[in-house]
Design a binder for this molecule. Structure first.
Ligand code: EPS
Length: 346
């Protein structure tokens, strides 16, 4: 089974991921992982931390001569801003952040003890894992990409840039919507036989696990609620050259919890970053008196970066599905199984 664990605080020594279950014999080029890490750091609305960090990944285990051994792959991203022991106490929880629920749950008297791990900085580890999964998926010609659909309700690139400037001037933040697509996914990943094997459920859970994500839809998503069945389901056709095919893809590439061969398309909504430089009302957790929420160096909008993180999450789930379907120990064996399967289904 392909699985991973991440560890690391936002201003700790570094971020770690251990990825287990990658088959043996896969060539991993560390530059490709670094390229994805770089993409996560970019996009309109990013804050000052991204000028400090140049996220690069060290691979500590699982490879020999750049080839996977089938053993756990340990990925390390060192933090340049390693200041966790020196940072100030935080006492007024930010509405929308893990701050208040976190201190109450863990019994802390300093919100910093929550935010260091709750920070979206941990998503660098997910991107490193996803980058390895993307390399694996590329062996099967599966490609994952993302795009920003809107930020603060604006859809046009220039209008988005303007809105982000307005947010910066207002000392405010913005959320938005992004879309992630996986092309060339074979029919048959995931299953209807158990709820936790449904590919759509697994994708939705993985995307919802990204900090700040509040909604996910697959294909037509909420649009299904407004359509007649006759207008929204994707009719099935067959030709000798193409095999089974559709002319629409409202299902977003998944039917009955199984990939159906069309592109997998999902959209997600990210809420505005909750660290506001013009903070909302809050309460001092020690004195219980009214206070303005804590301010921290942060970003204004990170919708583009969220798309990159969602690509990584999707890559992990699809790699998991592919390994379940075609075997899991050696890349060569998996490729043979994949080829035979495609031949059988035509
Ligand atoms: C982030 C690093 C953080 C924030 C942001 C994401 O760096 P710092 O807190 O040192 O400025 O920029 O974190 C949050 C949005 C959050 O809510 O915690 C990163 O590497 O992506």
């Amino acid at each position: 089974m392909l699985r991973y664990l991440t560890a690391g605080e936002s201003h700790g020594k570094g971020l770690i991921a251990i990825l287990e279950g990658m088959p043996a014999g896969l060539k991993i080029d560390p530059a490709k992982i670094n390229q994805e890490l770089r993409r996560r750091q970019q996009g309109a609305g990013r804050g000052k931390r991204m000028q400090i960090e140049q996220d690069r990944c060290l691979i500590l285990s699982g490879l020999r001569h750049n080839l996977t051994l089938g053993s756990p792959i340990t990925l390390l991203i060192e933090n340049k801003d390693f200041s966790i022991e020196k940072l100030n106490k935080v006492l007024a929880p930010r509405p929308g952040h893990a701050d208040l629920a976190g201190v109450l749950k863990y019994g802390f008297s300093d919100i910093r003890d929550v935010l260091e791990r709750a920070s979206a900085r941990s998503t660098a580890s997910i991107v490193a894992v996803g980058a390895a999964c993307k390399i694996f998926l590329s062996e099967f010609k599966i490609k994952i990409s993302s795009k920003v659909l809107s930020v603060g309700g604006e859809t046009d690139k220039e209008a988005i840039a303007e809105k982000i400037n307005t947010a910066r001037e207002r000392k405010d933040t913005l959320g938005g919507i992004f879309e992630v697509t996986a092309a060339q996914v074979p029919v048959g990943l995931g299953s209807y036989v158990q709820p936790d094997r449904r590919l759509d459920a697994r994708l939705a859970a993985a995307i919802m696990a990204i900090p700040g994500i509040k909604a996910v839809e697959i294909g037509l998503g909420f649009g299904y609620a407004e359509s007649f069945g006759s207008e929204c389901h994707d009719s099935i056709y067959y030709s000798k050259s193409k095999g089974y095919f559709r002319t629409t893809n409202n299902a977003g590439g998944i039917e009955g919890g199984i990939s159906n061969g069309s592109d997998i398309i999902l959209r997600a909504c990210m809420k505005p970053i909750c660290t506001l430089m013009q903070p909302l009302d809050s309460v001092n957790i020690l004195t219980k008196s009214s206070a303005k929420a804590a301010t921290e160096r942060s970003d204004i909008a990170v919708v583009e970066a969220a798309g990159v993180i969602a690509e990584a999450s999707m890559a992990f789930i699809l790699a998991q599905g592919l390994l379940e379907k075609f075997g899991s120990d050696s890349l060569k064996e998996i490729k043979e199984n994949f080829k035979n399967y495609l031949k059988r289904i035509g």
